[in-house]
Design a protein around this ligand. Structure first.
Ligand SMILES: NC(=O)c1ccc[n+]([C@@H]2O[C@H](COP(=O)([O-])OP(=O)(O)OC[C@H]3O[C@@H](n4cnc5c(N)ncnc54)[C@H](OP(=O)(O)O)[C@@H]3O)[C@@H](O)[C@H]2O)c1
Length: 250
């Protein structure tokens, strides 16, 4: 058997003809990953809660895209979504809805929301996807650089992102030879922040511009490039990448 390295020399797999599933693919970073995957010759399946958003996103991608509704906080919904997927070469799971804030201000349900949607949502997505994951395929989980440098008091959100990075290492052990990695971005000027109140957005962006080595927020495309790298680099597993402009260093 030839290894990817001796076969290709670069250790990079092609996405041509591959099946990519994105839970949280109807906007933001997930949709940017879908655009790049389709441009590289993959077929994509998009998941999200809003039919309207999914339909619009899939239409913008053309014939290579299909979609199905899924809510990652509902295990039956995840089971039904993955029952409709035949095979998975690469899985990306950025879907999440949660509240961020100080322990002393949030209700218990708000504080628990990152774990409910972002941690357990990804865990159960991978659990349902695993039987269909190609042995030479990969999973990329979504965390966030708050894991290593809290920007403000938000202990449950910070811990959730750190837990997802640990989950990636744990799943890499269990699912090998399929690969599992984590992308942990800094603050991204994209769809998620566009939907938040303007004053909070401006304050967060200004703080990030002070704190990051590159003195700016990132773009959805910069994170999507990191995800495509993790899909296609055949020696990456159990790693966390930080597309964060050097935020985690200072
Ligand atoms: N943007 C940033 O600055 C940043 C930085 C670090 C980490 N992240 C992480 O990146 C992830 C996505 O962010 P984004 O910037 O790409 O935001 P986004 O544009 O809001 O994308 C979220 C995607 O997930 C779907 N979704 C949300 N909740 C869902 C649920 N419960 N079940 C299924 N699908 C759901 C959304 O569609 P529906 O609403 O229709 O379901 C959408 O397709 C989040 O986990 C966030 O923590 C973002």
């Amino acid at each position: 058997m030839t290894s990817p390295r001796t076969r290709g020399g670069t250790g990079a797999a092609s996405l041509q003809g591959r099946d990519v599933v994105i839970v949280g693919g109807s906007s933001g970073i997930g949709l940017e990953v879908a655009r790049r995957a389709v441009a590289a010759g993959a077929r994509v399946t998009l998941g999200g809660r809003s039919e309207e958003k999914l339909g619009r996103a899939a239409e913008s991608l053309g014939d290579a895209a299909r979609w199905a509704v899924v809510d990652n906080t509902d295990k039956e919904s995840l089971a039904a979504f993955f029952a409709g997927v035949e095979r998975i070469d690469h899985l990306f799971t950025p879907a999440a809805t949660y509240q961020v804030g100080p322990m002393r201000e949030l209700t218990d349900a708000e504080a628990e929301s990152p774990f409910v949607s972002k941690f357990w949502g990804q865990y159960h997505a991978v659990k349902h996807a695993a039987p269909k994951l190609a042995p030479d395929g990969s999973v990329v989980l979504m965390a966030g650089a708050a894991s290593v440098r809290p920007p403000a008091a938000a202990p449950a959100y910070v811990a959730c992102n750190a837990a997802i990075e640990g989950l990636g290492r744990g799943l890499a052990v269990e699912l090998a030879p399929a690969r599992v990695n984590v992308v942990s971005p800094g603050t991204i000027d994209g769809n998620l922040w566009a939907g938040r109140p303007e004053a909070a957005r401006e304050a967060s962006f200004a703080q990030y511009e002070r704190d990051a080595l590159l003195r700016r927020t990132g773009t959805e495309g910069e994170v999507a490039d990191a995800v495509l790298f993790l899909f296609t680099n055949t020696f990456m597993t159990g790693s966390t990448l930080y597309p964060d402009g050097g935020y985690a260093l200072r």
